[in-house]
Design a protein around this ligand. Structure first.
Ligand SMILES: *Cc1c(COP(=O)(O)O)cnc(C)c1O
Length: 411
C-alpha cells in the first residue's frame, strides 16, 4: 500500500484507498508491490465472472480485433442477439442499450414521462423510495433517496414523490391523492441504502397498485440483477413481472454497458428520435454482455451464488453469534450486508490491512458483493477475516452499543 501523491490532475470526486491494483485473476487482485488481496466486492458488483476470466478475455480480444464501434446509425447484430437473450431470460420484450446504471434509469424515467404524456397527463410524476440509489445524473439524483448526495445540486427536478421503502400503505395513499403519478421506480433489493430486502409480499403489492392505477412498475436491478441473488433478476424471486427494468453493473463484467428493458405497452413508448446513445450497445460492450450471460449459465454460477451466499451467512452467524442481539446479517445469494449498531466506515481500511476488499454502505452496513465464481474456501477466508475485524471493532465500541440500543439499562 502507498499513500496517493498530493498532486493530482483528477477532480476530487473520490476518497480513494491508498492502493493501486495492476493485475487480477478470479477473486484475487495484485497491487503495484505485488501484494495479493482477496476481493469480496468485485468492482461493486461488476466483475461477476471474477477478474481476467479467460473466456471473456478471449471474446473481447477477438471482437476488438474485428470491430469495436459503429454507432447506432447502423444495424448491430450482437445488439439484436443480446436483446433477444435478455428478453428470453426476463420474459420482457424490448431493450434500449446505454453505458451505465444512471443512464439506464434516465431512460426509464424518460420512458415513464412520455408514457404519461401519451395518456394526457401533463405533469407526470414518479413514486420513488427513501434510501434508494439510482445514479448521479440530475434525474437519477433527484430519484435517489439521499439528501447528502443531492445537497448543493438544487434545483432538483420536478415530478417525483418519495415514500418509505417496503411500505405499501404509503404507496396506496399516493394513489388516492395524486392523479399525476405514472410509475413507481424502486430497487427490487436496495444496495447503497444498506442492503435492504423487502417483505415477501412487497413486490406483489406494488404490482397490484400499479395495475389498479395504470402505473408502470419500474425495477432498478442495476446492482441486484444478472444472477447475483441466485436468479437472473431479483424480481423473479417475487413471482411478478415489471413493466420496466434497468440493468448495468454485472451485465458487462467491467466493460461499460447498461440496459433499460420494457415490456407490453411500455416497450412501445419510445419512437425514433425520442432517445439515443452514441456508444450504447456497441460491439465490444455487447460481446462482453453475451459472454457474461453465457458463462453464468454454462458454469452454473447462480447456483454457486446461492450455495456460497448461504455458506457465508451461516458462517457469519456462527462466528458473530455473541453479537447477534445487536447486529443483523442479511443476504440473498452473493448480495450480503451486516448491519452494525454504530457507524463502521473504518472497517474498510482495517480489512485492507488484512488484504481483504469489503465495503461499508449507509454508514453502518458492511457490504459484500463477491464475484459469482467465489468458491467455498475463498468465502471461508472472507468470513474469517471480516468477522474477526467486526468482532474487534464491536468489542472496542461496547460502551456505545449498550447506551445506544438499551437506553436506561446498564446491565
Ligand atoms: C450503481 C447503481 C446505479 C448507478 O449506476 P452507475 O453505473 O454508477 O451510473 C443505479 N442504481 C443502482 C441500484 C445502483 O446500485
Amino acid at each position: 500500500m502507498r499513500e496517493c501523491s498530493a498532486v493530482s490532475n483528477l477532480m476530487s470526486t473520490y476518497l480513494r484507498l491508498p492502493v493501486t491494483f495492476i493485475k487480477g485473476e478470479g477473486v484475487w487482485l495484485w497491487d503495484d508491490r505485488d501484494d495479493c488481496y482477496l476481493d469480496a466486492l468485485c468492482g461493486i458488483a461488476v466483475c461477476s465472472l471474477g477478474h481476467s476470466h479467460p473466456e471473456l478475455t478471449k471474446a473481447l480480444c477477438k471482437q476488438a480485433g474485428m470491430l469495436i464501434h459503429t454507432s447506432n446509425l447502423y444495424h448491430i447484430e450482437k445488439q439484436e442477439l443480446l436483446a433477444g437473450r435478455l428478453a428470453a431470460l426476463s420474459g420482457m420484450d424490448r431493450v434500449f442499450f446505454c453505458n451505465s446504471g444512471a443512464e439506464a434509469n434516465e431512460a426509464a424515467i424518460k420512458l415513464a414521462r412520455l408514457y404519461g404524456h401519451n395518456k394526457g397527463i401533463e405533469l407526470p410524476t414518479i413514486i420513488v423510495m427513501e434510501r434508494s440509489f439510482h445514479g448521479r445524473t440530475m434525474a437519477t439524483l433527484t430519484a435517489t433517496g439521499n439528501r447528502k448526495a443531492q445537497a448543493g445540486f438544487e434545483p432538483l427536478l420536478a415530478g417525483f414523490v418519495r415514500v418509505p421503502y417496503d411500505d405499501l400503505n404509503a404507496v396506496a395513499q399516493i394513489a388516492d391523492n395524486n392523479k399525476h403519478v405514472v410509475a413507481v421506480l424502486v430497487e427490487t433489493y436496495q444496495g447503497e441504502g444498506g442492503v435492504n430486502f423487502p417483505q415477501i409480499n412487497y413486490l406483489q403489492g406494488l404490482r397490484q397498485l400499479c395495475d389498479q392505477n395504470g402505473w408502470l412498475l419500474m425495477l432498478d436491478e442495476v446492482q441486484c440483477g444478472i444472477g447475483r441473488t441466485g436468479k437472473w433478476f431479483a424480481f423473479q424471486h417475487g413471482g411478478i413481472m415489471p413493466d420496466v427494468m434497468t440493468l448495468a453493473k454485472g451485465l458487462g463484467s467491467g466493460v461499460p454497458i447498461g440496459a433499460c428493458i420494457a415490456t407490453g405497452e411500455a416497450g412501445e413508448v419510445f419512437k425514433p428520435g425520442n432517445h439515443a446513445s452514441t456508444f450504447g450497445g456497441n460491439l465490444l460492450a455487447c460481446t462482453a454482455a453475451l459472454t457474461t450471460l453465457d458463462v453464468i449459465e454454462k458454469d452454473r454460477l447462480m447456483q454457486n451464488a446461492v450455495q456460497v451466499g448461504n455458506f457465508i451467512r451461516d458462517r457469519f452467524k456462527e462466528k458473530l453469534a455473541h453479537w447477534l442481539n445487536v447486529i443483523q446479517i442479511r443476504g440473498q445469494g452473493l448480495m450480503l450486508g451486516i448491519e452494525l449498531p454504530v457507524p463502521c466506515g473504518e472497517l474498510i481500511k482495517e480489512a485492507l490491512k488484512h488484504r481483504l476488499l469489503i465495503n461499508v454502505t449507509s454508514e453502518r452496513v458492511v457490504r459484500l458483493l463477491p464475484a459469482l465464481i467465489m468458491n467455498q474456501a475463498e468465502a471461508e477466508q472472507v468470513v474469517d477475516i471480516s468477522s474477526e475485524i467486526i468482532d474487534k471493532f464491536l468489542t472496542g465500541q461496547a460502551a456505545n452499543i449498550i447506551t445506544r440500543d438499551r437506553p436506561g439499562s446498564s446491565n
